[in-house]
Design a protein around this ligand. Sequence first.
Ligand SMILES: [Zn+2]
Ligand SMILES: [Zn+2]
Ligand SMILES: [Zn+2]
Length: 314
Amino acid sequence: MSELRFNELRGEQVDYAIHRQERTFLPPPDHCPLCPTRPGGAPTEIPFPAFEIAVFDNRFPAFEAPLGAAEVVVYTDEHEGSLATLAPRRAEDLMWVWRHRYLELGAREDIDYVLIFENRGVEVGVTLHHPHGQIYGYPFLPPVPALELAADTRLDGCAPCALLRAELHDGRRVVYENEGVVAYIPFAARWAYEAHVTLRAHRASLLECEAAELRLLSSALQALVRGYDALFDRPFPYVMVVHQAPTKPAPGPAAARAGTAAAGHLHVEFYPPLRTADKLKYLAGSEQGGGTFISDTLPEESAVALREAIARGR
Ligand SMILES: [Zn+2]
Ligand SMILES: [Zn+2]
Ligand SMILES: [Zn+2]
């Protein structure tokens, strides 16, 4: 079992999941635990010879019942590829799988926040290359979503709605748009090629989206990742997280604000660690000790390059 300890000095939870040291680390492709179990082959995590999308409990969970959840979402039974190379229909299906997991995990008493995410590339610590993401069900409201709810309070309304309006008005950092979704590099991005993919309409979560919006969200995510891969002509590492409304009323400001303007607005954030084709951004003194990001590039300039790469990646 993992253990939560509260770090008083920073006012945050730290999760000790020491069994995770044993987890499978970059196995050869013929020992991939996320591939289907082929007839006559060694059993994998997925006991079927073929599948479309598979979800199962993480065998090395950071959180588990009765205090949260950790699940693995395998995008395809094909070992090679990425979110970008999935057939559009499969990417759209993935949105429905996310929505279903958000609904089911969010209904659990012990889960306050459902975080859907993907780590891609060894640069961000990936231990399995098979295209997959993860879902954590946190038994508390984590600090980053809590900050976003605080931004709603500070702006006296939905912060992602206000930021999207400002980005569309300015236009210089918008890198992709369709009828339902806009992708942009934020005005104050932390990472050189950070991008936020936001629903145009105010949707607290995937559950509030219409079917067409889920399809448009999947197209936007695929267009962005294809653009990332085209940017430096190499698989582009990133951390991708889906931010939505908490699934429990939280104590404090969030509860005070429940029933008012906003309590979350579905958007997907990408944090890519590359600042050039071969240089990584490291979190060092100022970022770790001061909590202040120092960036070598302006979001407006990165947006020009990313917009062109998305056009090339189509
Ligand atoms: Zn595999
Ligand atoms: Zn909104
Ligand atoms: Zn966010």
